[in-house]
Structures are given as C-alpha cells and as structure tokens.
Ligand binder design. Sequence first.
Ligand SMILES: [Fe+2]
Ligand SMILES: [Fe+2]
Length: 178
Amino acid sequence: MSTPRPSLGPTELPTPATENNLASTALAAFLRQHVRQEELLRSHRLAVMALDASRAHETLEAFAEAVRCHMEIEEEVLLPLYGERVHQPPRFGVAIYRRDHEKISAGLERVRLSLERFAKDPTPEAALFHTDFSHALVHLMEHHDERERAAFFPLLDRSVEARELDAILRADPRAGVG
Ligand SMILES: [Fe+2]
Ligand SMILES: [Fe+2]
C-alpha cells in the first residue's frame, strides 16, 4: 500500500526516483531499463578496448535498439502525460527531456560513424580514438538518467495513479514491462 506523500511547493523537487521508491511497479521496471542501457554501452566500450570489432558492433546495436524503444515510449506516451498532468518545475520541462533525447541520438550516430572507422582498422590507436566518442555518449546518458530521476519519473508517479500508469505501460508491448 502506498503511504500519502506530502505535497510539494511549486518549485520544490521530489526525492529522486529509484527503482524502489515508485508507487507504479511498471514505471519502476521501465526505469530499470536505464541500468540495462548503461550495461550495454559498457559492454560495447569493453569490446572496442579488446579490439573485437564484431562484438563492438553487436553490443552497440543492442544498446541502440534498447534506447530507441525506451525513448519512443517516453516521447509518445509518458512525456505527453507529464506535460498534461504535472506542474513542471523550472529546468525540468518536457522540452528539456526531448532535447536530451535528440542529443543522445546525435551522440549515438557519432559513435556509429566512429565504429565504422574502427572496424576498418581495429588497432589500439583506433580504439583510443573511438573512446572519445563513446565516453561523450556515456556522459549524455548519465546526465539524462539523473535528470529523469530528478523530476520526470517521481513527479509522473505522484501525479498519475499507479493503477493507471501500470495499465498504460503494460498495455504497450513496446514498453517491455508486460
Ligand atoms: Fe528514460
Ligand atoms: Fe529519456
């Protein structure tokens, strides 16, 4: 059972979301995907360091697919809901999250291009060069995870009934929380 939570002032931020403090179990499972995405990107970076171009390609594409599905649900379902139901604190509006997604997509394209160069010549020097791009993407992902945990996830969880969020996410196979 959820305990009543104190109401927030207009500019106050809630406690950041974790996988364990959300009322909606489907939203918690959806948030857990951030961890999986980080693991896939880490596997990709390790494969490049091991000069294994084929594994580097596989892991990057698995990461890209996971991020694509996750962002699609956020863009099409959760951010519109956040826009409608949540009083968005300054610096945590819908536009900021959409901009983060664009930056992540652009960062991913740079990593893909860099990987193409690496695959033609998988040397330690090429791996080192690639690391600059993949590290920039790690930063974008970390920053975005922090921003989503700060307002988007906890405020959505407070403002929409857990039953409704669970039903919305479980009804959409793209969310991967069924
Ligand atoms: Fe997310
Ligand atoms: Fe996101």
